[in-house]
Write a protein that binds this ligand. Structure first.
Ligand SMILES: [Zn+2]
Ligand SMILES: [Zn+2]
Length: 207
């Protein structure tokens, strides 16, 4: 008997955070806990947005018991990551987003389908055709890079930048750059001068 196909869980949009690492660097980078998108969403709806489980289950278009199962699984995973001192990677799962989101496997740009530009078959930044729907992304695409210097903290100054059109917005404390979508390009902005930004600049130079 083939397993019953799982119903998709609906998310408005993907979370901006791709994971967490233990502050103490003594952890195994490859041994991580994978919190699925729907598990992240369940926690957010119930404990951050304060919805009842019934309301939350309706928003995710799942039954109430399914919601409870997803939510319980999320809690168990968070507990495991905290207690066992493991990296937490957020991604994957059985979800649909309200819009179509993609990640470029070459430059890790995350972008939303752009109706203005008809061509959605390639990365708008580096042109690579090696793109994947975000919900199917290889989790290593989000591999969290260690800060180069231990104890180095992200500064609260500087700019968020669109890696395609270079549009800049002043970085606001507590608001991650990738929570902003370039209004012209539908691309998640990144921190100017970050490792990711430097990688993209390097990639474009070598083209
Ligand atoms: Zn790309
Ligand atoms: Zn842009």
């Amino acid at each position: 008997m083939s397993p019953r196909p799982k119903r998709f869980r609906r998310l408005k949009e993907p979370p901006y955070v791709t994971g967490f690492i233990p502050e103490n660097e003594d952890f195994d980078n490859n041994d991580y806990v994978n919190l699925l998108y729907e598990e992240f969403e369940a926690l957010k709806l119930a404990d951050y947005d304060g919805l009842s489980q019934l309301e939350a289950s309706r928003q995710m278009e799942v039954s109430r018991p399914t919601f409870t199962r997803i939510y319980d699984s999320a809690l168990k995973k968070i507990a495991k990551a905290l207690v066992e001192h493991k990296k937490l990677v957020i991604g994957g799962g059985n979800v649909v987003f309200n819009d179509k989101w993609f990640v470029c496997n070459d430059c890790r740009t995350v972008f939303k389908e752009n109706n203005k530009q008809k061509n959605n078959k390639s990365c708008p930044v580096c042109g690579s055709e090696n793109i994947t729907p975000l919900q199917n992304a290889d989790l290593t695409a989000f591999n969290i890079r260690h800060r180069r210097h231990r104890g180095e903290r992200f500064k609260d100054t500087g700019y968020c930048i669109c890696p395609k059109c270079n549009r800049k917005e002043k970085h606001k404390r507590g608001i991650p750059c990738n929570s902003m979508l370039c209004p012209d390009c539908n691309i998640q902005m990144i921190r100017e001068g970050s490792l990711h930004h430097l990688e993209i600049i390097e990639k474009l130079k070598n083209k």
